[in-house]
Design a protein around this ligand. Sequence first.
Ligand code: ATP
Length: 361
Amino acid sequence: MTAKGYGRISLLVLEGDGIGPEITAATLAVLAAAERIFGLRLAFEHAAIGWAAHRELGSTFPPGVLEKALTADGVVLGPVSHNEYPPREQGGLNPSGELRKQLDLYANIRPARSREGFPPRCGKPVDLVIVRENTEGFYADRSMHLGSGEFMPTPDVALAVRKITRAGSLRIAEAAFKLAMQRRRKVTAVHKSNVLRVSDGLYLECVRAVAVRYPDVAYEERIIDAMAALLVRDASQFDVVVTTNMYGDILSDEASEIAGSLGLAASLNAGSDHAVAQAQHGSAPDIAGKNIANPSSLIGSVAMLLAWLGERRDDPKLVQAAQAIETALDRVIADPASRTPDLGGPLGTDAFAAKVAQALQ
Ligand code: ATP
């Protein structure tokens, strides 16, 4: 942990693909305003990833980027078009997956909160956080030490490995209960242990073991399919939702859309020593380069990163800046005339960011 007020805070900026460069530039404009107002001492370093890096260096995650991320205080990661990358052997590495694995970013924190002037789809105000395990589960690039977690024994049979560990389940449960203590003190564990008795059974056993150490937190369990329906019916009943990797990925998109829009959905990938701010959505190639993307998701993610850094460094300025960015986003989004086209508004990405920066004053 860095001592209070010492040194600059180094942020590595990775623009990514599609709308990445636009929403990253918009986010940096808001950060620049926050830096001025709150006297933050930020130092930015940029590195190419994604298609831009592949064209120049033959890899979507070139050598050196990981080292920069390891030494930075935090990383701002734009969305990446990893679904379209060539195979790994031809330089197609998923920067998001690589950072999650190599920096051991085990907790993907994904809030879904409804905002004033933008009614939630379930009719009641929503304020929940999905705490998604990020380093194992049903992800082919994360379940094996060597090789892929997906393979074909014959041309007509495909298999996939899903990895659940005691250590991974315990630490994600701990992160969820700690977060719940700062919120409304309720944790919902989501699983499918009625079918996946061994793997989700181990996961649930671990969450229950942590739950008994937090008697002040209300604890409940929901099966994933029921949870998907309950979110639509009444997402307002949930506070912190803890789950494994793929369930969390799917539920968080659902929850964000119910709370308002995926374009507003922020997220933080956090480990013990590193954190990466990353929007929940993808690179939206259909609207790239048109200056119409909504940068709220990445702006909100960076606010989460500042709050995370502020807590670790015991620096109230960072926490204040994070809260101010969230409030400014709320105020700007509340006005229909200040929204981007995805929310029915007239503003371009850059004009929206300028409004948020102005609202920080
Ligand atoms: P990828 O292949 O990178 O996942 P995608 O387009 O398949 O990209 P998303 O990027 O998640 O998936 O986009 C889903 C839809 O939401 C698209 O129609 C996209 O235009 C829209 N969208 C996503 N992010 C934003 C945003 N920040 N602002 C406005 N629209 C967005």
